[in-house]
Design a binder for this molecule. Structure first.
Ligand SMILES: Cc1cc2nc3c(=O)[nH]c(=O)nc-3n(C[C@H](O)[C@H](O)[C@H](O)COP(=O)(O)OP(=O)(O)OC[C@H]3O[C@@H](n4cnc5c(N)ncnc54)[C@H](O)[C@@H]3O)c2cc1C
Ligand code: FES
Length: 259
């Protein structure tokens, strides 16, 4: 169902990411996404970085031309929303490891908060290119999660890939009963393989081009799946079985390009 909402707050999170908060009473669950349309511009899929109550949120990263442009829109702007769409993270783990790369942490945060409220243990391995780009570390710490950080340039936490931190944490036998991950696919692939090696079930949220978000147009095809209805959250074992995962995806013109 389409609806128009006004952006109540525009919160700069890092130099490249901004969160929009808007009032929308439509129920949503962690992992789901909405199609966001800025009048006069394109419609883009965005995961909900806040899913509770009546005030939802999306966290927009400046990537290409459209996301750079729409990031700048001021509070009070009315935007079109449809959804939420897609499946969700099952809120069943009691000892969860989240592995977020860059803006991917926005997808993991609402579910991690929900599990903390329910008394589950949540450990986060969060990665960013540099300290200033670290997203939602304080938000997750405030929720009671134990957070370890990694930066590519060594300006905060472990100097190197977040997958190295995740690998170390997964090496503690029996420590986790599930892993959730979102970020660059190359990173998610490494997390999926590390979780498989330790026998821990893992789930990853993936992005593809989207048009209808209803399972009808094929824009979001990933192997035999439609990411918009079968995902965006998939068991890591499913993703590891797909030749495209972590290797290629379609660009807006439909061309297969490396991820
Ligand atoms: C399920 C899902 C959740 C997502 N969640 C987030 C999020 O929380 N935060 C975030 O910053 N980004 C998210 N994205 C990515 C986002 O939708 C865009 O792909 C990204 O912002 C780049 O768009 P662009 O227009 O800046 O890129 P460009 O490379 O400039 O895009 C070129 C053209 O393609 C269109 N386009 C780009 N990406 C898509 C797409 N995925 N589907 C349809 N058309 C597209 C653009 O509108 C433009 O017309 C998500 C994507 C998916 C599939
Ligand atoms: S976006 Fe149309 S089938 Fe998924």
């Amino acid at each position: 169902m389409h609806r128009i909402v006004a952006i109540d707050r525009r919160v700069p999170e890092t130099p490249s990411t901004v969160t929009w908060r808007f009032r929308d009473p439509t129920p949503a669950a962690p992992g789901q996404f909405v199609m966001v349309w800025v009048p006069g511009d394109d419609e883009l899929p965005m995961s909900l970085s806040y899913t509770d109550g009546e005030t939802k949120g999306v966290t927009v990263k400046a990537m290409g031309a459209t996301s750079r442009r729409i990031q700048e829109i001021p509070p009070g702007t009315r935007i079109g929303i449809r959804g939420p769409y897609g499946n969700r993270f099952a809120l069943t783990p009691r000892r969860l490891l989240i592995v977020g790369g860059g803006s991917g942490t926005a997808v993991l945060a609402p579910g991690a908060e929900a599990l903390r409220r329910d008394g589950a243990e949540v450990v986060g391995a969060l990665g960013a290119t540099t300290a200033a780009e670290m997203l939602f570390a304080e938000r997750l710490r405030s929720a009671g999660a134990r957070i370890e950080l990694a930066t590519d340039d060594g300006s905060l936490g472990h100097a190197g890939y977040v997958t190295e931190v995740a690998d170390r944490l997964l090496g503690e036998p029996g420590r986790f009963d599930a892993v959730w991950t979102c970020g660059p696919e190359v990173m998610m692939r490494k997390v999926a393989l590390a979780a498989r090696a330790r026998g821990v079930p893992a789930f990853g949220s993936v992005e593809r081009q989207m048009k209808c978000a209803l399972g009808m147009c094929d824009a979001c095809a990933l192997g035999p799946y439609h990411v918009c209805v079968d995902g965006p959250v998939f068991p890591a074992e499913t993703l590891l079985g797909l030749s495209e995962f972590g290797r290629s995806k379609r660009d807006p013109s439909g061309r297969l390009v490396p991820v």
